[in-house]
Write a protein that binds this ligand. Sequence first.
Ligand SMILES: O=P(O)(O)OC[C@H]1O[C@H](O)[C@H](O)[C@@H](O)[C@@H]1O
Length: 282
Amino acid sequence: MKTGIEDIEFHGIPALRLLGPQGSSAVISKLGAQVLSWITPDGRERLYLSDKAVFDGSVAIRGGVPVCFPQFSDRGDLPKHGLVRTRVWSESARRSGDDYALVTLETGDDDTTRALWPHAFRLELTAMIEADRLDLELCVVNTGTAAFEFTGALHTYVRVVQVEDAALEGLYGHDYRDAANGNRVVNESGTELAVDSETDRVYRRVRRPQLLRAGNLSLGIQQQGFPDVVVWNPWVEKCAALADMPADGWRHMLCIEAAAADDRQEVAAGDEWYGRQTLVVV
Ligand SMILES: O=P(O)(O)OC[C@H]1O[C@H](O)[C@H](O)[C@@H](O)[C@@H]1O
């Protein structure tokens, strides 16, 4: 099967389908530069996308990999998770070869962003699939004349059959800020994180990869540039309060986010900052 890139409509919005090697594929929406589907050669969908997600740009699409910038969550005065989730990005590159398919989408400042955040910037999100691997890279370019600081994330919703069966390794010994428990800072003493209640944790300065095991799924997750790993599951009650999630949505997702949540990242005038997240089927 040939690799390549197709222009498609996905739930009525312009998107690109990446056709990778061995039948792998991915879909990235131009709305938010959000990867909404990643299917590996075994035919399995690896990302969670809510059945009740909204695709009209009025709110962020619930699922896939939202891009949060220049603010993570509600840690500042900007709208939650920043300014770019509901923007239409434009394509700046597409390429494919025998063993990969890649696209880059970009957006930048305009009157709307500058009214809220007075900085000149360009963002580029590159998504690349290989047979068993999804690589995401966020490039933040300071196109202005003064330094700025930002927080942000690649807010990846991993699909799981049943989150109660999931175990996430690789976070032992790290401090985390427990946003589901009054933001207290705790040192992780477990070698495996199990999700059995609302979970909203910012693991700080994580340098090791993680391994997610859930039923017969095994996914390696690695990041560069982003200092923090955020693990989020709303569980039953918070999920019920989210209009764009089905009642059992919490069970089928676990967000494992490459984030700069607590440490602001500074970008000098004219400089570029890179953050990456890689998911590999192992
Ligand atoms: O509902 P959203 O704006 O997409 O945010 C969803 C979630 O994102 C992050 O994971 C935060 O840590 C959570 O506190 C937040 O609830």
